[in-house]
Design a protein around this ligand. Structure first.
Ligand code: SF4
Length: 358
């Protein structure tokens, strides 16, 4: 009987891309921003979808992507749009800094690059809002560059293929090296999307379907029976909690006072129901009143509004009051027109809470 030799890293680099590309040709997901098989993708679509997909799922992004393309079919159109219109269309995708950077980036591509996205990772990285992942994804998918595209899906697949036991995030450099060693010069864009698809549909966080995997014969975690345990993760730090009091001020005509947050900082440029600053200690009523937008008979509504951001969570109590005849200046909105304003998710929760309790 001939002896079977274990595959070397060089064997894997030569053979594994072909295995997954053959799988991709049969099982690729049909996504609205993807080019048809064999066609080069449009950089504008790739960029737009990749920015939207950061921290958000494919299912959520689909309708937003179509809506943006219908409103702003080219990067010039997006560059010429009002920032407010972009922020408004972005509502629900979260992380508004990305929407502002999206707009800045469109302006930079339109004004400085004649509407053509640069084709190298280095030049893409110089644009607003484009980090290493997005630069690599655009370079590979839209321009056919050999690039190492690392996202959570790719990290999981690499950790399992090579049975990397180091927990994330410490394992990231090692996983990147392993991914770079496999990335092929042929069809790099399809390869990048193939690994993403594998992570999203087969090598899933729970219950990976190893029997359907084109790399099952090369996967060490599968052989060891530890696929589902990988990648390991360092225990999460407990998120600190902040507190604020929001002021739901209504006028006799039923409209509600809103204000715009400062351009810089969290949720910059979005609309909000006025509030105290956000701080670590809970507010007493007397302290909070110093931030009230007007004199009124304020009353505290039952319950609290909670919302989680990446690095902290916030707990808000809502005070409701009626503005007297001399209502303060500002943006007043009828309740049924609140959705016309770029309110972040946190403020939508405040609106729902206030309407339920009043
Ligand atoms: Fe993931 Fe299983 Fe494929 Fe390994 S064999 S890469 S664990 S799906």
């Amino acid at each position: 009987m001939p002896r079977r030799h274990a595959k070397t890293p060089a064997d894997n680099a030569r053979e594994m891309p072909g295995l997954i590309l053959a799988w991709y040709d049969r099982h690729r997901r049909s996504l609205p921003w993807r080019a048809r098989p064999g066609k080069r993708a449009d950089p504008y679509r790739v960029w737009l979808s990749e920015i939207m997909l950061q921290q958000t799922t494919v299912v959520t992004v689909g309708p937003y992507f179509r809506d943006f393309l219908a409103r702003w079919p080219s990067v010039h159109d997006l560059a010429n749009a009002e920032l407010d219109a972009v922020l408004h269309a972005w509502q629900g995708l979260g992380y508004y800094a990305r929407a502002r950077n999206l707009h800045k980036c469109a302006r930079a591509v339109s004004a400085d690059h004649g509407g053509r996205f640069p084709d190298s990772e280095e030049d893409l990285l110089a644009l607003p809002g484009i980090g290493s992942y997005t630069a690599a994804a655009i370079a590979a998918i839209a321009f056919g560059r050999r690039a190492t595209v690392m996202d959570g899906n790719v990290e999981r697949v690499m950790a399992r293929l090579h049975a990397v036991e180091t927990p994330l995030p410490a394992a990231k450099p090692e996983l990147r090296k392993l991914a770079a060693a496999l990335a092929p010069a042929e069809r790099p864009g399809d390869y990048a999307q193939a690994v993403m698809d594998l992570g999203a549909t087969v090598c899933t966080p729970r219950k990976p379907r190893c029997g359907a995997c084109p790399w099952q014969d090369r996967c060490i975690a599968r052989k060891l029976g530890i696929a589902e345990e990988l990648p390991r993760k360092s225990p999460k730090a407990v998120r600190p909690r902040k507190h604020a009091v929001v002021f739901w001020l209504s006028r006799p005509d039923g409209s509600i006072l809103l204000q715009r947050r400062p351009e810089e900082g969290m949720l910059g440029g979005l609309m909000e129901v006025p509030s105290t600053p956000w701080r670590a200690e809970p507010w007493t009523a007397r302290e909070a009143m110093k931030s009230a937008p007007a004199k009124a008979q304020w009353r505290s509504l039952d319950g609290v509004v909670r919302h989680g951001f990446t690095h902290f969570e916030i707990e808000m109590t809502v005070m409701a009051g009626r503005a007297l005849s001399r209502a303060p200046g500002g943006v007043w909105s009828q309740v049924d027109r609140l959705s016309d304003h770029a309110l972040p998710t946190l403020m939508k929760k405040v609106v729902r809470h206030a309407l339920a309790k009043l």
